[in-house]
Design a protein around this ligand. Sequence first.
Ligand code: AMP
Ligand code: ZN
Length: 464
Amino acid sequence: MLKLYNTLSRKKEVFKPLKDRIVGLYTCGPTVYWYAHIGNLRTYLFEDILKRVLIYNNYRVKHIMNITDVGHLTSDQDTGEDKVEKAAKKEGKTAWQIARFYERAFKKDLKLLNIQKPDNFIRATETINDQIKLIKILEKKGFTYQTSDGIYFNTSKLKSYGRLWPKKIQLKAGARIRMIKEKKNPTDFALWKFSPKNVKRQMEWNSPWGKGFPGWHTECVVMSIKKLGIPFDIHCGGVDHILIHHTNEIAQAEAAYGKLMAKYWLHSEFITVEGRKMAKSLGNIFTLNDLIEKSFNPLAFRYLCLQTHYRSKLNFSWQGLQASQNALNNLYQKIKEIKKGKGKLTSRSISKRSQTYQKKFLNSINDDLNTPRALGTLWQLIEDQKIADQEKYQLILNFDRIFALNLKKIKTIRIPEKIKELAKRREKFRKEGKFKQADEIREKIKSLGYFLEDTEKGTKIKKL
Ligand code: AMP
Ligand code: ZN
């Protein structure tokens, strides 16, 4: 029995798919104006775990993700610049070049983190006509109005507006949102924005209302329903999407089609740095590349995320990441030994013991994706002396269907060229009997986070 926390009901619910065994999953994708930061990546990691858990439970998953390459403004209030156009100006490239470049970078990050690709990536710029069609339906049904800068959704026309909001916010609807001039209600949002007068936008399209571009909240409604139908099973994103983006998606779908868009809404918590949300605007971000440049295995970051439940904040620190890297290295070492181990299983009682681990593992992941507990079970299994190595190994690989830490093809860490070069120089000094210089290099290597181990087969470089 799989239980998932549904933001709609604010409860853990037993998961029951709308159609037998096939699950429609929509996850909000990146805005491709810069590299994804590791906070963003945590959200995609959580969604990957969710997908893997569904598959582990024998569901077939149809997964759709959007790529926001237009329409996401620097402010949630429908003001400010388009993030992609702004980046284009800054980097001296076209908006299209920016969008495609960071989309490629994003896909590379997913691969490095063993995040499974969705069945479809859909770009916002590829669904402009469908978005216009949806806005026309809303217009026909009387949910829209025009201002000097665009077409807006009138939230007061939809009684159920704010379904995802916690009760205390529902009572004083919209109180947290500043009123922008010409909006009829503070919570109203842009469906179509007009290109600013006297400024030629790079990304703009004709529409029945004038030249412009779609508002950010429309693309996800169009893409998810087009590919998964309405209603579909699960819609995900980070917690910052609850109050505005997902609320406004639900509103459009319900106004246009009279149905609740998705049955389960799942949201992951933030990565924070010194207690503050990791965000580009706050200047406290790290990218996956920053981690790799410091010689971390990207999967150490995956391990770090697995150690915290997706609904708890994860405060990022380099020490914390180092501890995860050490734990992962340790895990790899143990598994290498287990792989070499013999002891084929003969006794039935041991097999039952193994089954207990399997059950514990399943209970954890099915309890709203409790990966920290599942990791605990993995470690208990590894240390259990009463289970034959071969059987243990099979179970470890089975667990790795969720963890995806490459436990089958364990890769040892990549040693940077600079460290290898230093090790060579030290070897040369040693051979020449220049032990003082050799020791100095050894210390230098240590200060860079590596150490040398002299073995009978030569010197090995290891990470501290
Ligand atoms: P964006 O590219 O800004 O649309 O964000 C992509 C995803 O990352 C969304 O699902 C956000 O909710 C999520 N997100 C943004 N900041 C963080 C953070 N600091 N920690 C975790 N997830 C985040
Ligand atoms: Zn979305």
